[in-house]
Structure formats: C-alpha cells, structure tokens
Design a protein around this ligand. Sequence first.
Ligand code: FES
Length: 240
Amino acid sequence: MESPFDVLLVDEDADDEEIEQAYRRRVKEAHPDQGGSVEEFQAVRRAYERIQAGYEPSGSAVETTTSAAETDAGATDFGAGDERTASEPEPESKPEPGRVSSEVEYLNYEVLSDFGWETEDDDLFGKAAAAGLDDEDYGAFEVNPGESLLEAAEERGFAWPFACRGGACANCAVLLLGGELSMPASHVLPDELMEQGFRLSCNGMPITDELKVVYNVKHMPELDELLLPPQPFENAYPNR
Ligand code: FES
C-alpha cells in the first residue's frame, strides 16, 4: 500500500505543520470539483488520517491509535473508491444507536454587525428571535441522525458556506454556543479554536439534542489563515 506520505507528497520527516499544509494542498487538488476524483480525495483523507494515527514510515510501529476514520461520526463520504485494507476498520459513519434528531437554532454571523451584537452576549439568540430576521439568517431546523450539520442545512434549502468538505479548511466553520457536534480527528482546527467553540459543519454531526450555532463565521479574523479560496472551489448550493 502506498505510503501516506507519498499520497500527501510530503517528506517522511515533515513536521506537523508541513503535513497539515500538504494535506490542505492535496485535498484541494484531489477534490472532484477541482479535477480530482472521489477515489483520490478519499485516498488523501485516508493518508492524513493514517499519519495522524501514528503511521511510521518503516512500518515497524503499529498504528494503534484509534484512527480518525474510526471516530469520525461525520466524515464526508463520497460513497466510492474506498482504499481501506482488510486490516483497517471501516469508517464509523453510522449515527449513534438510539440517537434521534437534534434541533439546531442557527444565526448568520453577518447579521451581528448590522445589529451591533456580540457572540459573547448570553442573550444573543434571544435577541435574534425577537428581531424578525429572515429564515436565511435566523431560525431552527432538525438534523436527522447520520446527517452532518452542513448537509442538514443544505437539505433544508440553505446555502451555508463550505469549500473542501473534507476537514481541510475553515470555510464551513460554525461557532457553537450551545450543545455539541462530533468532530473527526482529521481536521485542521487548532485546539485553541476548538476551545473557543469553533467546529466544522461539513463533517460535524450533532451529539446533543439541541444546539445553538452561529454560521458563516469564516469572516471572523481567527479563521483567516485556515480558509481556502472561495472560487471556484466553493460551490454553495442555491437556496431551494
Ligand atoms: Fe473545508 Fe468543511 S473543512 S468545507
């Protein structure tokens, strides 16, 4: 099987930052919307997950750490081209047994500046509920078990931002102000942003019954360096 370092086109002694940059570069190149293919995209994701799981170039060390795929309850799955070997577990993309749908209350980050609101405001969603905002900017919807937050938003006709759909950027980021989203290990959000409540909507699935999220937070300066060029890579779905 091809070394994951070869798949990412990065030296085997590359440090974490170089590996992350290589992943971000390769996931763009491999994306089906960018001339790549489903198979190539999945191979790149898998390679990054294997390195994150402790892959040793010599093959002497065992990848004993739970792979990202094992814990990834929300990984984007294009549904074909799985190159996983017999020794690698199937990705866990099934919803948690018994989990019912979750209700997500959402607010568009772009609205905050119009009203002079802050994300730190404990009554932010109360103010939004009373402001008579359009459905596009504020409201709530159900997320079914097995759906990522982004998928659920798109399914209900919303055009939330995204780019790679593979954990390699922050274009799809949301700020979580209540509840929790699952997060696969193979994502590029640093710990400090995770601690602040940033999550990725493209591969995050609700793991609480209720969530409050501010979406469209890609405009926040904290995320600048993690964004991918929006065009032509970003293909927001039109409102349906
Ligand atoms: Fe790139 Fe979600 S991580 S779109």
